[in-house]
Design a protein around this ligand. Structure first.
Ligand SMILES: Nc1ncnc2c1ncn2[C@@H]1O[C@H](COP(=O)(O)OP(=O)(O)OP(=O)(O)O)[C@@H](O)[C@H]1O
Ligand SMILES: [Mg+2]
Length: 302
């Protein structure tokens, strides 16, 4: 096992514009080693732009990005495989760039690709001969095979079926637990965010900004389906999440009494955020106040 890293990615006061269009405004957050942070928000709110800035693929215009991790790997929203290379060579690309010998890099690339559900025969194919889901797995393998300290993922599982997703979730969590890497992951899928992350940052559009942060303190490996469904429902009930996705206000089901509603986040609180009931495993941090008292006076910060 790798020594525990104390590295972190810090994003301070980041704003960004394309020509005169302000795309991001006042973004602050951090990702620590060993932590999975999910970034969710509606299409076009600036998630990919933010990830590109965090990765150093775009020049920072305003604010700062400090990446203290020794190595970073990035998985793009589009697989971006090299069309003239086989799947195996695409997976091994970063290892080649790092100067690893051919036999060794092929061994590592093959081993990981097989764990990600690709078959031996797929590895000799060229990208145009692969399905969309296979291309995503090659792109994920290309990032994971580098064993980075920080992994930046842009919708890594969106092209996969539900069975494969579950398998890859486990694989990602195993890798992450083994290596203690930090992960910053964009997803459209709230259930996926609840399944995998230690923290969820919710973005709203025009300009893209983080409107709230949820912390999930139950270990991901112990989150069963029921836990994930219940907490996804909680997330979907919060006014910040509904507003950011343009959903109408939540309507309570008829006859739902307090006993049945235990653990569900409900609107309220004097500080502009939501309020967490005692059974909830989700803690909401309202950026409006910076710090919010939750769960019997326990405090958490963005
Ligand atoms: N290179 C660019 N030049 C000009 N505008 C851009 C560029 N890249 C992104 N944009 C604009 O910035 C905004 C945010 O785009 P971005 O790709 O970051 O959104 P997103 O949240 O990742 O969306 P999606 O969920 O659909 O992937 C969009 O309005 C987009 O048109
Ligand atoms: Mg995007």
């Amino acid at each position: 096992m790798n020594p525990v890293s104390r590295a972190e990615l810090r994003v301070h006061g980041l704003s960004h514009a394309f020509a005169r269009d302000e795309v991001l405004s006042g973004i602050h957050f951090r990702v620590r080693a060993g932590e999975v942070v999910a970034l969710v928000g509606p299409s076009g709110c600036g998630k990919t732009t933010l990830l590109h800035l965090a990765a150093g693929l775009l020049t920072v215009q305003e604010g700062r990005v400090d990446n203290g991790f020794a190595s970073t790997a990035f998985m793009f929203q589009q697989p971006r495989l090299l069309p003239w290379k086989t799947a195996l060579d695409n997976v091994a690309l970063g290892l080649k760039a790092g100067g690893m010998k051919r036999a060794e890099r092929h061994f590592r690339a093959r081993e990981l690709a097989l764990r990600l559900g690709l078959a031996h025969r797929d590895l000799d194919k060229f990208p145009h001969q692969l399905s969309g889901g296979m291309q995503s797995r090659v792109a994920l393998a290309r990032a994971l095979v580098l064993a980075p300290e920080l992994l930046l993922l842009d919708e890594p599982f969106s092209a996969l079926d539900v069975g494969l997703k579950e398998e890859l979730y486990r694989l990602l969590l195993d890798h992450q637990a083994e290596r203690g890497m930090g992960v910053l992951m964009i997803t459209h899928d709230l259930m996926e965010a609840v399944r995998l992350s230690d923290a969820i940052l919710v973005m709203a559009p025009e300009p893209g900004r983080i409107v709230c942060r949820f912390e999930l303190d139950h270990p991901p490996a112990r989150r069963g389906d029921a836990w994930v469904y219940r907490h996804t429902a909680e997330l979907l009930q919060t006014p910040e999440v509904r507003a950011s996705f343009g959903l109408p206000a939540a309507v309570e089901a008829e006859g739902t009494g307090p006993a049945q509603r235990d653990g569900v986040l409900r609107p309220g609180g004097s500080q502009g955020g939501g309020r967490v009931e005692p059974l909830s495993g989700l803690r909401l941090v309202s950026p409006a106040s910076g710090l919010v008292a939750v769960q019997g006076g326990k405090r958490c910060g963005a």
